[in-house]
Design a protein around this ligand. Structure first.
Ligand code: FIX
Ligand code: ZN
Length: 412
């Protein structure tokens, strides 16, 4: 039996050294150069920080968007690091990124960060940043309807093997007129009616993209009003094209539910919000399609308990991460505790959602800190109940939560 101090050390060391799989990000490898995002100005103009800076500075959004990126970064710096103290999760994150690069942000300011971070990443730099974060590999968000991205895949652009693909189907499921036009343009014979023949063409399109990018899962985000089954384009595409191809290819479908896009369109990328969604569609999907696998995350705090309960009922549901507005110290701690209490260590503890390469540094540092606290507390209770915990148990659980559960589910 470990002494209290020894137990805390086991957990701290296991969590600090675990090689993470970051199973949902918006990162691209350096070879996708037009899409790859890194460097100080991009760190500062993260949409999380734009929303926060607007509260301080009250600049009309149109004026902000007209500024070139370095001036936007300067303005955000002034609002969040000079006029106020960087106490928010995202602002503190910038300070932690700076610290990882040995920049004393208070003294050296934004210029110090600009000098150390690389705005055009090489593979050496990308590997260095991932190593700083202890991230073994990341999963991208790959949109087959994005013109620029499509070109990289069609040219067979080689990529750093630490970047895995995920086929993102938001346009297909949330904007059918645009998807239909693009599919037709790319040689898939899809009419607006979506009859049997059209559906077969959608399936052909999905299979072609599986062959092209070899995704580890399909994904889409949906609003709080998401319903299933539903006699709608989305409902039919899911039932008749996406789920059958996922089954055939043994790929999970990741559902990210509860985002209210553009509640304030003037904020553009910073203008999305959240609302409580229903668990019924997830229940229906898991029950009707036992041979499909569902990675599931919800954006509202209010949905977290129901999600954990639903995961108890269906082994083909894998809850993952604390998404976006939930990725705060308070909520990650609450949600991770809740999940451990209801489903044990059988979920994916976190994903970073990094949009800028260097984000992985602060997002994983935070995730590790919270996981260490939560797990130490749980293991202590277990030991107090007389369970003879070993260091190997701790290492196995940590590896499962930060990486293995995801891969086992993908490969199941
Ligand atoms: O839909 C998503 O994958 C979201 O994560 C993004 O759209 C969002 O802008 C984001 O970056 C959240 O962290
Ligand atoms: Zn995301």
């Amino acid at each position: 039996m470990a002494a209290q101090g020894e137990l805390a050390t086991w957990v701290r060391e296991a969590v600090a050294s675990v090689r993470v799989t970051d199973m949902h990000t918006h990162l691209f490898p350096p070879s996708f150069s037009a899409l790859q995002v890194s460097g100080a100005d991009n760190v500062l103009t993260y949409h999380y920080l734009i929303a926060e800076a607007m509260r301080v500075g009250q600049m009309p959004p149109t004026e902000f968007w007209d500024l070139p990126t370095p001036l936007q970064a300067d303005w955000i710096w002034e609002q969040l690091f000079e006029k106020t103290t960087p106490l928010s999760e995202a602002a503190l994150g910038v300070v932690q990124i700076a610290q990882a690069f040995a920049v004393d942000l208070r003294r050296e300011k934004l210029a110090g960060l600009r000098a150390k971070l690389e705005a055009t990443a090489t593979d050496v730099y990308a590997n260095h940043v991932l190593d700083l974060a202890g991230v073994d590999s990341v999963v991208m968000t790959n949109d087959p309807f994005d013109e620029i991205e499509r070109r990289y895949w069609e040219q067979g652009t080689p990529r750093n093997p630490r970047f895995h693909a995920a086929l993102r189907l938001d346009v297909l499921l949330n904007d059918w007129p645009r998807a239909q036009a693009q599919l037709s343009h790319s040689g898939y014979h899809v009419g607006p009616e979506l009859g049997e023949v059209d559906m077969a063409e959608v399936r052909r399109f999905l299979k072609d993209w599986v062959a092209k990018i070899k995704p580890v899962y399909f994904a889409f985000s949906a609003p709080d009003t998401f319903a299933f089954p539903e006699d709608s384009v989305r409902g039919r595409l899911l039932a008749e094209a996406i789920l059958p191809i996922c089954r055939e290819q043994r790929l999970p479908l990741a559902l990210m539910i509860g985002v209210r896009r553009q509640v304030n369109p003037s904020l553009r990328s910073a203008g999305d919000s959240t609302a409580k969604a229903s668990m019924l569609p997830i229940e229906a999907l898991a029950r009707r399609y036992p041979d499909n696998k569902f990675l599931v995350t919800f954006l509202s705090r209010e949905d977290q308990h129901e999600l954990a309960v639903t995961a108890r009922k269906f082994g083909n549901i894998m809850p993952f991460g604390c998404w976006w507005f939930l990725n705060t110290e308070t909520l990650v701690s609450e949600i991770s505790n809740l999940r451990l209490e209801l489903i044990g260590p059988t979920f994916v503890i976190q994903h970073s959602d990094a949009r800028v390469l260097e984000h992985v540094i602060y997002k994983w540092r935070r995730a590790r800190k919270v996981a260490t606290d939560v797990l130490t507390h749980k293991y202590q209770q277990l030991q107090d109940a007389g369970w003879d915990l070993t260091r190997e148990d701790v290492e196995r659980d940590v590896k499962q939560l930060f990486s293995q559960n995801f891969w086992d589910f993908v490969k199941r």
